[in-house]
Design a protein around this ligand. Structure first.
Ligand code: ADP
Ligand code: MG
Length: 390
């Protein structure tokens, strides 16, 4: 928990907007997905954990219908009135995450007062660690507390996802908002993206650590390829469903059913489907491995996940593959894989505590030598999900 962040946000709100009602403070974390990639929009399984990096939002009511928003880190503020419909802001992109949440709360029946909201964070932004979901979720819980609007936490996470889909215009799955809302310290969260049933799984890593490496690159392919992958998966489901009507999403398909349809499937679509179907199975196997304290097996699943994302789903890139390759050469590393949507962003690694320094030194040095880019390393325990700070 970042005490300094809380103090800064509260102080900056009062300094910028002057005295007013007592503040409500809330925090929500970023996340890393341990395994289960590109399964969420196929109704499948994911296994993320909340990180020790967070967005803090401070808020208070106003007596009128004016909303004022302050991005402390960017030193930018915006103002609008609730007397008119909440609209997309072309200029201050960050404000749309808050506007979207406010708009969807309104649509769900919340009576919004005028308010002031200020926020800051230490989630690296645009890195695939989901600063956007943390911002939405922290905003949502603060405004919920302010208004007393009754909504269960999973439904509030869903509302935040819709804010990002419908208002911001980013077609993400439910994972990011869900883990940011529901995370639990020292646990990772198994989520069924179809039913939204979830289980907190103790993350007993003993002498091992979760280490995230940021590649420092984000290729522009992300969005177009993401949409294409979704279409390829849908195309696969159409072929499979013609033979097996019970298949409504790739989540429902078994490997032998895919093989039975191989001749009718475009080879690319076949590979995409193979990844998704095997990835769902790997999530389940990873959780079994954790439950048995078998970290070696867990690491193997991470490695297989990466290889599948690289070769079958084709969402990796040379920088990420290099980070993974370098990681796997370090003794004490049980698993290394890409995490997030792909084409850059981060890897997640399972590393022996005693090897972390060696890992960090070697990866940073060799990655820099080969690419000229500085990798960034984050080590985090599994943190709690969103909370109002009393
Ligand atoms: P990610 O969620 O992987 O970090 P996104 O592109 O989805 O990347 O979200 C990043 C966006 O979220 C930023 O461009 C910015 O608009 C907003 N954001 C996140 N954190 C902050 C922050 N601390 N201050 C201002 N804006 C932020
Ligand atoms: Mg995001």
């Amino acid at each position: 928990m970042n005490q300094k962040l809380r103090k800064t946000v509260a102080e900056q709100l009062v300094r910028t907007f002057g005295p007013g009602e007592p503040l409500i403070l809330g925090r929500a974390p970023g996340r890393v997905n341990l395994i289960g990639e590109h399964t969420d929009y196929n109704d499948g399984f994911v296994f993320p954990m909340a990180l020790d990096f967070e967005i803090v939002v401070a808020g208070r009511r106003r007596a009128d219908r004016t909303v004022r928003l302050l991005a402390v880190d960017l030193r930018e503020k915006v103002e609008f009135s609730l007397a008119e419909p909440i609209v997309f802001d072309e200029h201050f992109g960050w404000s749309n995450y808050l506007r979207g949440v406010l708009k969807l709360l309104q649509q769900s029946g919340a009576e919004l007062p005028g308010m002031e909201l200020a926020f800051a964070g230490d989630v690296p932004l645009g890195s695939g660690l989901s600063s956007s979901a943390a911002l939405e979720v922290a905003t949502a819980i603060v405004v919920q507390r302010m208004t007393g609007f009754g909504i269960e936490r999973p439904a509030l996470a869903k509302l935040c996802q819709r804010a990002e889909n419908e208002f911001v215009g980013m077609n993400c799955g439910i994972m990011d908002q869900f883990i940011s809302m529901m995370g639990e310290q020292d646990h990772a969260l198994f989520l069924d993206c179809r039913s939204l049933e979830y289980r907190q799984i103790p993350l007993e890593l003993g002498a091992y650590r979760i280490v995230v490496c940021h590649s420092g690159v984000k290729h522009s392919l992300v969005e177009s390829e993401y949409n294409r992958r979704r279409q390829e998966c849908e195309a696969g489901v159409r072929v499979l469903a013609a033979h097996f009507p019970e298949i409504k999403a790739l989540r429902d398909a078994r490997p032998e059913q895919l093989v039975a349809c191989q001749n009718e499937l475009d080879p690319v679509v076949y590979r995409r489907c193979r990844h998704v179907i095997s990835e769902d199975a790997r999530v389940l196997e990873s959780i079994q491995a954790l439950n048995h304290g078998d970290l070696v097996r867990f690491g193997q699943m991470m490695n297989e996940s990466h290889d599948s994302l690289r070769d079958l789903y084709e969402v990796s890139c040379s920088e990420i593959d290099l980070l993974v390759e370098l990681a796997r050469q370090v003794p004490g590393v049980l698993g290394a894989r890409i995490t997030g949507g792909g084409f850059g962003g981060c890897t997640v690694n399972l590393v022996a505590e005693e090897a972390v320094d060696r890992f960090t030194e070697r990866i940073c040095r060799l990655y820099r030598e080969k690419t000229g880019i500085d990798a960034r390393i984050f080590i985090s325990k599994a943190a709690d999900g969103a909370q109002i700070i009393e």
